[in-house]
Design a protein around this ligand. Sequence first.
Ligand code: WTA
Length: 637
Amino acid sequence: MSYPYQIHSFEQYQSVYEQSITHPEAFWESVAQHFKWQKKWDKILDWNFTEPNVKWFSGGKLNITENALDRHLQENPNGIALIWEPNHPNEKERRFTYSQLHEEVCRFAHVLKNNGVSKGDRVCIYMGMVPELAIALLACARIGAIHSVIFGGFSAHSISDRLHDAKATFVVTCDGAFRGAKEIALKEIVDDALLACDFVQKVIVLTRTRTPVSMIKVRDVWWHDEMKKVSGEQFANFEAEPMDAEDPLFILYTSGSTGKPKGVVHTIGGYMVFTTFSFVNVFQYKPGDVYFCTADIGWVTGHSYIVYAPLCAGATTLMFEGIPTFPDAGRLWDMVDKFRVNILYTAPTALRSLMSYGLEPIVKHDLSSLKVLGSVGEPINEEAWFWFNENIGKGKCPIVDTWWQTETGGILISNLAGITPAKPAFATLPLPGVQPVLVDEQGKEISGVGSGNLCMKFPWPAIIRTTYGDHERCRTNYFTAYPGLYFSGDGCLRDKDGNYRITGRVDDVLNISGHRIGTAEIENAINAHTGVVESAVVGYPHDIKGQGIYAYVIFKDDLDDPDLTRKDIASTVAHIIGAIAKPDKIQFVNSLPKTRSGKIMRRILRKIAEGETGNFGDLTALLDPSVVEQIQNGKLD
Ligand code: WTA
C-alpha cells in the first residue's frame, strides 16, 4: 500500500495546505481518487451552512469495507490487519490477517442478513473491546446497515433512550465484558433496556465471560451458533452492498448542552476519505508499522482510529480489552514491548494516571520500537506532555496533539508527526482542507494572535451531516451561534505562528477522563432522585480526570445521613446515565445563586468549585447575593 497523498516535509505541508484552501474540491478529489469506488462521483461538493446541507462525492457508489478489506486482499492478504490483546495477560492474543478479517466480516454479514437485518436498518452494538466488536461494525457497513455503538459504561436507561431515538430494531451484545479486575454483565443491562423497547426484533449475543444470561426464545440468538450456520465456503464472501457516498455509515450519540444526547450521523464517502487521509498524515504511518490506539470503540476515536482509518490504510491496528493499570501500571508498556508498537495513540487522562506510579513500571520494558506518540480527547497539560516525551518517547518520538470531536469525524488540528513542528500543549496547525476561525462573542472574526471561540468556515469531508431524526437540532447546535460557521463549542487561542491551543469547552459540556458529558444531563438525573428539589452541576479541575463533576444540590428534607444520601444520588445517576457520570462531589445547599429572571449563575458556582475565594465579579444581578457566601462556606475539599 502506498499513500500518494502522504506529506513528507513542512514545505510540502505549506504548499498542500495552500492548495487545499484555494481549491478544496480539486484537492479532495485528488485524495479520493486513491480509494476504491464502484462508481465515480458526479459532483465533488455541494454545501451551505444555513440548512446545513453538506454533500461530498454525490453520485459516487462504494462500500467502505471494500476499502478497509477487499482492496488489501491482492496486495497483502497475509498482512496482519488486527491484533487483539485480552484483558488478562495470561490469555493469548488473537491476530487476524486481512484475509481472515475479510472472511469473518463476510460471515457475520451473512448472520446479520439471516437474522433479518437489511440495508438502512439501525443496529445497536453494546459490547466489550473484543475483536468481534470491530467485526460487527464492518459487517453492518458491508450490508449497508447503520451501526450505533453504545459505550459499555452506559446504563440500561441510556441504551433504551438511544434505541428509541435511532429506532434500532437489532442489538449485538456480549454476555459480559472483562475490564481490569471487574466483569460487567452486559447482556443483563441490555435485557433491562429492552423491557422498554419491544420493537427490538433480534439480539445477537457473543459469549466472552460466560456469565449466565437469560436467552429469550425467538428474540435472542448466540453469535457462535449463528456463525456455525454460515461456516461453508459459500459464505466466505458477502458481496458488498453498493452504497451512495452520502448514505449514513453510523450514528454515534454524544452529549451537548441540552439534557438529551444527540445522534451524530456520519456518511460513508467523505468520512472514509478524510479519516484515512488524516491517519496517514498525522501519524505518518508507514506500511508494516504496528499502530496502537488505546481508545474504546464505544467512542468516536475508536470508530475512526482503531477501525476505519487504519484498515482503509491497510495498517496493522492493535486493540486492547483491558485498562492501563491492570494487572499493574506497566500494562501499556508491556504491550508496546510485546508487539513492537511503532505508533501509540492515547489520552492525557491515561498518562496522568500512569504518571502517579513512577518510572518503575516503565523501565522494565523495551520501548525502543516507538516512533510516534499521540494524544487525544482533552487538552494535554504540559506536565503530562513532558512526561510522555521523556519517559515514553525518550525524547526521540514526535508527539501529535490531535484536536477533533465526534462531530468532526476525524482530526482537524494537529501537528504531523516529525513533519510540522510540535509545541507542548498546542494542537498546532490545521490539517489540509481545514479552515479554522476564531470569533469573539459577537461573532466577529479575530485575526492574528488572539483567543476566541473555535469555528470552521468551510466543510471538510467528514463533517457531521445531521443529528439523527432531527435535522433542526443539528442546525441549532452547531450552525446558528455564528451564522455561516460551524461552531465547535471549544475556546481556543492562536499564537503568532498560527498555532492553535484548545482551552476547553465554552458551553455546558464537561470532559471527564476524556468522556463528554453535559451538565444538563447530569442535573436531570440528579433531579430524578426523590428528595432532590433542584441541582446545578459544574466541572472543576481534577488531577487525573482533567475535570471532575461538582454538584450543588437542594434537598427537600433535613438530612440525617448526608453521606448516605450522596451515595443514593450517585447511584441514581449511575442508573440513569451510567457510572461515568457519577458526581465526584455533592454539596447540599439551601439555595442556588439565581438572577431575578431565575437563571442560575453557573459562573459563580464554577469559581467556588475551582476553589476561588473572592473575585466573583459583579453580583448585583443576583436575587440574593448572600447565597454566594453561604455556598462558599459549605464548599467541599
Ligand atoms: C476535547 C473526541 C484539547 C474538546 C475526539 C472537544 C480536545 C471534545 C482535544 C470532543 C485536544 C478533543 N486538545 N481538547 N487534542 N481533543 N478535545 O466528541 O473539548 O468525545 O470539543 O471527541 O474533546 O470530544 P469527543
